[in-house]
Design a protein around this ligand. Structure first.
Ligand code: SF4
Length: 318
């Protein structure tokens, strides 16, 4: 099983940077690669800039909303229009490829996702926190798409959240592969209830109400709205407190099956996770064991319990 994920070409080792170098990410190219078909793009090369090339940067000329992409040593060499035109065209093309996510190169005036330096004409940096022009176009065109920077993927929590979203979006697309139907979407939503609770109880309730009214919508309109709302809900960070609530909810399913000491053992692990002395995997492993001994179709279907391949070892750091 593999799925398409867009990537800044330099992040998978293509020597396309201004200095003919690359920014190869070991996590992306080794650990994630077996599950993914990369769709590499270097927007700067795509608009005709050479390798090597003069460095470029974002320039705030003082007019609200007018951030230019110019060469560092000669601001009269302005690539803004070409980059915006390419980015909008490419984002539109990629929107039809059902990408499951996009990994962009941090700090780049073209590919950076956040906190890209923006300069003023006097050479000082502006207070504005910039976004690379290409990545801005991607995020505007595909607000449902998980987008993350290479550097941030070294953080175990951000990495887990991003990879989780890739697999969730893949699951959504596979669920409607043979047609977008109410039945398929209701079944999908049902499998993600615990996940949504862990990310945002408020969004969980909102999406539940939205799903309850599915019959009132044109099914394709519903799907597009649901995809964005669902994916944006998963982008909200799942905290220890919210995971603890989900674990206690899960515990409730076994109240008639476990004896006193088994209940105490599970309570202890959930509490230890809440206190930060045990990883999430500890109570989840015990819950998986109880589920094996006391099968429950609803729980077994929950993506919360098996979100992505174990080989990615993403829950160890949570
Ligand atoms: S950051 Fe983007 S524009 Fe720059 S080299 Fe990498 S892919 Fe190309």
């Amino acid at each position: 099983m593999s799925f398409p994920v867009g990537v800044s070409a330099c992040v998978i080792g293509e020597k396309v940077r201004f200095d003919s170098g690359h920014k190869r990410s070991p996590f992306v190219t080794k650990e994630l690669a077996p599950y993914v078909n990369f769709v590499p793009v270097c927007p700067e090369v795509a608009i005709g800039l050479p390798v090597p090339r003069p460095t470029i940067r974002l320039l705030d000329k003082g007019n609200v909303g007018d951030i230019r992409l110019v060469e560092t040593k000669d601001a009269s060499k302005d690539h803004t229009e070409r980059m915006v035109a390419f980015s909008e065209r490419k984002a539109d093309e990629l929107a039809h490829k059902a990408l499951r996510g996009y990994i962009v190169c941090a700090k780049s005036p073209t590919c950076g996702m956040e906190r890209v330096k923006v300069y003023r004409e006097n050479g000082y940096t502006s207070d504005i926190s910039g976004v690379g022009l290409y990545t801005q176009a991607l995020m505007d065109r595909m607000p449902w798409l998980p987008v993350e920077e290479d550097g941030r993927l070294n953080d175990p929590i951000l990495r887990e959240n991003f990879v989780f979203r890739l697999f969730a979006l893949d699951d959504l697309y596979r669920s409607v592969e043979s047609g977008v139907t109410r039945k398929a979407l209701v079944a999908f939503h049902s499998r993600y209830k615990l996940v949504l609770m862990a990310h945002s109880p408020e969004r969980y309730r909102e999406l539940g109400r939205f799903m309850a009214n599915i019959a009132e919508y044109d099914i394709d309109d519903f799907f597009h709205q649901y995809r964005t709302q669902f994916m944006q809900s998963l982008a909200i960070r799942a905290t220890r407190k919210k995971h603890t609530n989900v674990l206690m909810h899960l515990q409730g399913y076994f109240k008639n099956n476990l004896d006193k000491s088994q209940k105490a053992e599970l309570t202890h692990l959930i509490h230890a996770y809440r206190q930060g002395t045990m990883p999430l995997l500890a109570p989840l492993t015990l819950i998986a064991h109880h589920l094996h001994n006391h099968p429950d179709d609803y729980l077994a279907s929950q993506a919360y319990l098996k979100p992505y391949p174990d080989a990615l070892r993403l829950r160890y750091g949570l």
